[in-house]
Ligand binder design. Sequence first.
Ligand code: NAD
Length: 517
Amino acid sequence: MQATTTSFGIEEALEKLGIKDLNHGTSTGNKWFPGGEEIASYSPVNGELIGKVTTTTKEEYEQVIVSAQKAFLSFRAMPAPQRGEIVRQFGNKLRELKQPLGKLVSYEMGKSLQEGYGEVQEMIDICDFAVGLSRQLNGQTIPSERPGHVMREQWHSLGIVGIISAFNFPVAVWAWNTALAWVCGDVCVWKASEKAPLCSVACQNIIAGVLKENNLPEGISSIINGDYKVGEMMTTDTRIPLISATGSTRMGRTVGAKVAERFGKSLLELGGNNAIIITPTADLKVVVPGAVFGAVGTCGQRCTSTRRLIIHESVYDKVRDAIVGAYKQIVIGNPLDEKNHVGPLIDKDSVDTYLKAIEKAKAEGGKVLVEGGVLEGEGYESGCYVKPAIIEAENSFEIVQHETFAPILYLLKYSGDVENAIDLQNGVAQGLSSAIMTNEMKEAEKFLSFAGSDCGIANVNIGTSGAEIGGAFGGEKETGGGRESGSDAWKVYMRRQTNTVNYSDELPLAQGIKFDL
Ligand code: NAD
């Protein structure tokens, strides 16, 4: 292995996960393909090379899809509870490998070790959910208007699910999709983020072992690697009925259009611009940790990160001072060291975007309350460690209207009723996560009503970030409209069929139409 200077057991973790210096990035299960160019994965933690992954060539992509098509024919015929059993075993393997996989997530992506473990825990949770679901892919019986007829609705497997994932949840997003897709009888092809390719190799090694132990064919779980060009092979491929794409709104705009052009289905999980409304009755004990964790957790690189605080003028000064005070206690450093709260940004391009956003906010009239900046010196050699910033701003600033994937928190003031705050909260193009802090029941209910938050997620007295797998996850407007994970999100991985069966001796037509011959 490349020498690493960390003393956090990374080498051991890599070994347990089967990660080498040079890894094949294309696989149909237990078969791995040599690939073309190499992607080097550097850790944002210390700037060191972790390993390399080869990218998928056009010819290899073809082989992957043909293998997946073949596997689908047998996998969909397997009873759903038996597919659930495979997912159960996969969840157990994840339990065994939670520590090394969580460490790799933390080391390759830069989130704190606790969040790395948390991400693997989400994978385990969705497996448990999917196992139960494998016995509940229920259709329904619908009363027919015609005598001697019955109507049913049933759900069939869809085919190949193409998964495109972002760097910030380099393993969980794949599991949210695959665990459900597999119990639904689909097969999956995953193009991981080019910024965290080793995570995909590790995950594939884990599931490949489970598939082998169960004598299942190649093609049920495949990975391909590379940049957007490899992703495009899937988005334009009519053999893939569903593309589940997680990433920026920019990416979703292209992917959504490409998939729609060929009448495919897409599940889009895109950027957010999440706000917490802080009302006069809000409890500071809840507000401060909710807002601070939301804004600085994962170094502001969660799709649900808190980007805006919309604070009532009557409590503005008190809330501002409490949050600014809390920021003084934030410890920034190696995310593998549990005493640190905030790790690095993913790379230097992100650092650049963060610096430019702060400059833009200032140029638009923003007042900096907590200075940002790049950290230098011992422990910060990767150049990716930045200081979480707080800026007093207006919702109308162009920069506030955009998602900057970094720890910049904008404070906005509102006056009058909660409706004014809701207008500000909804007054952005994105619609992922939102929250209100209040002890006033009427305000909370207004926020959750049809005239309230327009986001896919709306919380009361908890922050915007962090979601449980039991609920459907996703957002509206430029966030893309997709839902994955819990509730009835499984339905997108299946095709719905309506059946009408005539068990009478006549052929009455619907709507009373007569057609006498
Ligand atoms: P990104 O859009 O740069 O890349 C995401 C993925 O899309 C990568 O795998 C990339 O290779 C691929 N891609 C990009 N252009 C493509 C194209 N034209 N065709 C096919 N594939 C293409 O995003 P990122 O920087 O990795 O992640 C950060 C973004 O993801 C943020 O905007 C964040 O809010 C969003 N995100 C959203 C959710 C959600 O559930 N809503 C979850 C995680 C991240």
